[in-house]
Each structure stands twice: as structure tokens, then as C-alpha cells.
Design a protein around this ligand. Structure first.
Ligand code: S3P
Length: 169
């Protein structure tokens, strides 16, 4: 059993809120990749996109994947675009079980804070196209898929059941 848990999925699918709770229940350390990148750079992701462009952010993301893959005892919430580079997933997959949090984008669009997300800030509907493009990648890289279309409680219970079941094998 790989020691880290890596949550992937589209913006607003629940990676951070589920990850935080999961880490608590599993007594692991929660890492929100976007928050680490923002803290280390001393600016928000939106500012980073505006000042240095998206590729700069993507390089920071890849570099962080490499670092995190050398650690253990983590629940990692990734940014939605993590699947765009294969090397990210190879690194994270070395020490982590990858779980795709699968949430219907039409539910997400109703609740997401687009302001904090430069890719959809000007046009939240764009989330639907991004979802279409990335869905095959989330599926490809997932060791397991956990749906999150109903309550938080149901999703966290499914996640916990999935992890406990598979650690007993
Ligand atoms: C992105 C998702 C964001 C953040 C950045 C780019 C993406 O993270 O990394 O705005 O490409 O989908 P969340 O998935 O946590 O919103």
C-alpha cells in the first residue's frame, strides 16, 4: 500500500474540503498544492497567472510534485490541471494512491468561486469544456474513482470505505 493519498479532479470537485477531513481521519498531514505554491511565491495563483503566465505556475506545480513524492504520510489535494503533465502523475504515483473525485460539472458551476480561478474567472461556463478535455485524463491516472454528487458526508464515507477496504488487501 502506497503511503500518500492524492486527490485529483476538476476545479470545485471537493478535493480540498474532502482532503482536509480525510487527513484528519487517517492521521495524515494535509497538503493543498495550490496553497503551498501561493505561500512559497508570496502571491495568489491569479496574480501569478497575470504576472508570469500559466507556464510559470505549471513549472512550480511540477517542481512541487517532485518534492511531495519524496515524502510520506500525506493527503495531497492537487490543482485541477495537474493531469496536464504526465511527469506530475508519475511522480505523485510513485508514493501515492491516486483517487479521482468525480463531481458533475453542472453541479460545480452553480457553487464554485470563479474569482479565485484564473482559467474560468471571465467565463465560468468554460469549466464545462475543461471538464470534457480532462475527464479522460482523470480516468486514466486514477487508481480509484469516488463520486461526489450528493452530500459531503456521503463522499467522505465512500472515500474512507474505499481506502480502508484497499489497505486490507
Ligand atoms: C487549475 C485549477 C486550480 C489551480 C489553478 C489552475 C486548473 O486548482 O491550480 O487555478 O488548471 O484546473 P483547483 O482545482 O483547486 O481549483
Amino acid at each position: 500500500m502506497k503511503d500518500n493519498i492524492v486527490l485529483i479532479g476538476i476545479m470545485g470537485c471537493g478535493k480540498s474540503s474532502l482532503g482536509k477531513q480525510l487527513a484528519k481521519r487517517l492521521s495524515k498531514t494535509f497538503v493543498d498544492m495550490d496553497a503551498v505554491i501561493e505561500k512559497e511565491a508570496g502571491m495568489t495563483i491569479t496574480q501569478m497567472f497575470e504576472t508570469f503566465g500559466e507556464p510559470y505556475f505549471r513549472d512550480k506545480e511540477t517542481e512541487l510534485c517532485r518534492r511531495l513524492s519524496k515524502q510520506t504520510g500525506l493527503v495531497i489535494s492537487t490543482g485541477g490541471g495537474i493531469v496536464g503533465r504526465e511527469e506530475n502523475m508519475t511522480a505523485l504515483g510513485e508514493t501515492g494512491t491516486i483517487i479521482f473525485i468525480d463531481r458533475n460539472p453542472s453541479i460545480i458551476i452553480r457553487t464554485i468561486n470563479a474569482e479565485k480561478r484564473p482559467l474560468i474567472r471571465d467565463n465560468p461556463q468554460r469549466l464545462l469544456d475543461i471538464h470534457k478535455q480532462r475527464l479522460p485524463l482523470y480516468r486514466k491516472y486514477a487508481d480509484r474513482i469516488v463520486p461526489n454528487n450528493r452530500s459531503f458526508r456521503e463522499a467522505i464515507n465512500r472515500l474512507m470505505a474505499d481506502i480502508t477496504e484497499n489497505s486490507e488487501r
